[in-house]
Design a protein around this ligand. Sequence first.
Ligand code: PAF
Length: 280
Amino acid sequence: MLKVARTVAEVRAFRRELAKQGKTLALVPTMGFLHEGHLSLFREAARHADVVGASLFVNPTQFGPNEDLASYPRDEKGDFAKMEKEGVSIVFAPAPEEVYPDGEETRVEVTGITQGLCGKTRPGHFRGVTTVVMKLFHIFQPDAAVFGEKDYQQLMVIRRMVKDMFMDIRIIGAPLVREADGLALSSRNSYLSAEDRENALGLSMALKAVREAVQAGTKDVKALHDIGSAVLAGHHLKEDYLEIVDAESLRPVEVIGARPVRALAAAYCGKVRLIDNMGV
Ligand code: PAF
């Protein structure tokens, strides 16, 4: 039976009880409107601990002033039903005042790795993410936490925070889940009109084109960028960025060499900003 906790105190009491029983906990932080991608995170979490906990919180501090905080899709009842079905034991679904009772004076910020890619277009976004994730880690005290590779930069930022702060939490990255035609699952896909949905496919196709070009021997990153860019333009997608970066540091690479690299892209499909990434 899923326990719905609205307060920090309820989660703490649950966690203390687990500790008494000698049980481990894996946390899956979410903003809700769950899709198959989220469900795969719960299943992954269950492989790493005795008990799976989740959070359902549309975190206001990670949205910029002109972003979609107010219209972000929500379906709390449906989300609870899905969590229950997946065997999640506790969900923390607080009001914003529970998480930020005294405003946002204390912030957690990872520099460097947050500056490029999504960090360029969404200043302050990752600070909001690391602030809320740090709070969730302190509230839940999980042994492990699972994040999707869909938000690849976010995953790397959190890994960096946990490493730099000597936090004893295993961060597990779970593979991105796609629709049959290749579109990466995202709660924001629900904003897409039928026509936009067709065009949105261009994002994964652009990354695939980059990957195929790498496999065919193209090593020059500028040439690879142009290949991906042309696919985006062909699908009426407005490129925010398409970059080939070191898979760990996320620093741009100029020539494909021995180290693993990843192609990350963000593009506007109409007014909707979508992101995707692929190992190349
Ligand atoms: O990936 C998300 O849904 C959010 O950024 C997270 C990690 C739940 C923090 O609000």
